[in-house]
Design a protein around this ligand. Structure first.
Ligand code: ADP
Length: 400
């Protein structure tokens, strides 16, 4: 039997999973291919499973045909655990590593999950209502499935603890920042993975001024110096910053007051609107899915795409000032990795900075997509949050 670690990354519209072989007390082997890996996508629409085994045998079948737009994350986690058991030939799962979006002030590194830790993490649900409940329901489903199996939480907020106090502060009365109302930042597992790849592609420049654009259904950017987080677009919650699939991104706080006072909306209605009905979906009136919008002839779909790119370029330019210049941009996540059109449209608004894209390389989705003489290098690097979670889980299991 091979000892293995299971990684669960329960996102807003997808659940990614991977089973890695576990080698305790040896150098980490998590960068190897998983024994089994895949994702359930389009949750909330018509969920689909994509999965491969270690030999790249496609395990994708119409297994999820019984599900529909009403199927919850909880249903799918339960289904996935049974599916993994059926496809588990010769592995013993020794631990499970989870992506947990919000670690608040108390959880700065990967942490073993206990009932009391889960209780503390539940208190952070209002700060990440779109993710934290899905992360925690996966943890609870596994506690029910195998109560003694060690589970480890890896936090999206941890990566940003290198930021200065200035980068973290809101201009609110001090008593509120003292109570933890500060900018935390998210997508840290993705940024950690990208920083681990930078030396390979950028050499010594990897220690310079780099902005990573994580453009998926959730989207943010992170300014890096010496491969550490200096500033990021998301803040106290994962609502801030860039326009996203369903989330509005940065918004004048006065709009919220106006909706409450003049439209008599309840707090729950405002929350639902900002987290679930805004972003690409809200502006297009069609979909939160970039691919769907790119295939549409509706002018509102085009306007949603244009606003996404405009906001991205504007936020990126603002991060440049936190780095006092820029050496490289990295695109990653669903849209960043796969849409040459969006990369081109964003970079076209950054030519004044010295970004010159190689349109051919960009359309081929090559790793380096800037021209040789571009002042700023532009790269596409597929992210892999699961590897970061597997490595942290391995380390913690090995230390016990
Ligand atoms: P999540 O935040 O749920 O992890 P992903 O990183 O998987 O999201 O990104 C999902 C987004 O990526 C969707 O908007 C999807 O349309 C977009 N996407 C994936 N492939 C492409 C593509 N080839 N062209 C444009 N957009 C794409």
């Amino acid at each position: 039997m091979i000892d293995a670690v299971l990684v669960i990354n329960a996102g807003s519209s997808s659940i990614k999973f991977a089973l890695y072989s576990l080698v305790i007390n040896k150098t980490s082997n998590a960068k190897e291919k998983p024994l089994l890996g895949g994702k359930i996508v389009d949750i909330g629409q018509c969920p689909k499973l994509y999965a491969l085994d270690a030999n790249d045998i496609d395990l994708t079948k119409n297994d999820l045909d019984v599900f529909n737009d009403q199927t919850t994350h909880e249903d799918l986690i339960q289904w996935l655990l049974d599916w993994i058991s059926c496809h588990n030939h010769g592995y013993t799962i020794k631990g499970v590593g989870h992506r947990v979006v919000h670690g608040g002030r108390d959880f700065l590194t990967a942490t073993k999950l206990t009932i009391s830790v889960v209780t503390q993490l539940k208190e952070l649900i209002p700060l990440a209502p779109l993710h934290q409940p899905h992360n925690l329901s996966a943890i609870e489903a596994i506690f029910n499935w195998a109560p003694k199996l060690p589970q480890i939480a890896c936090f999206d907020t941890s990566f940003h603890h290198t930021q200065s106090t200035l980068a973290q502060l809101f201009a609110l009365p001090r008593e509120y920042s003292d109570k933890g109302i500060i900018r935390y930042g998210f997508h840290g597992l993705s940024y950690q993975y990208i920083t681990s790849c930078l030396p390979e592609y950028l050499g010594t420049l990897s220690e310079g001024r780099v902005i990573v654009a994580h453009l998926g259904n959730g989207a943010s950017m992170c300014a890096l110096k010496h491969r550490q987080s200096v500033a990021t677009t998301m803040g106290f919650t994962a609502l801030d910053g860039l326009m996203m699939g369903q989330r509005c991104g940065s918004l004048d706080a006065g709009v919220v007051i106006h909706l409450l006072r003049c439209y008599k909306m309840s707090i729950e209605e405002v929350e639902h609107m900002l987290y679930h009905k805004s972003g690409l979906l809200g502006v297009s009136g069609i979909s939160n899915n970039m691919q769907v919008l790119q295939q549409s002839n509706d002018p509102h779909a085009q306007q949603a795409i244009d606003l996404f790119c405009y906001r991205s370029a504007r936020e990126l330019a603002s991060l440049v000032s936190t780095l006092n210049g820029l050496d490289a941009i990295v695109f990653t996540a669903g849209i960043g990795e796969n849409s040459a059109q969006i990369r081109e449209q964003i970079c076209a608004q950054l030519t004044w900075l010295g970004v010159t894209l190689d349109l051919k390389e960009n359309r081929k989705h090559n790793t380096v997509i800037s021209q040789v003489n571009s002042n700023i290098k532009v790269l596409v690097i597929p992210t892999n949050e699961e590897v970061v979670i597997a490595e942290a889980t391995q380390k913690l299991l090995a230390s016990q």
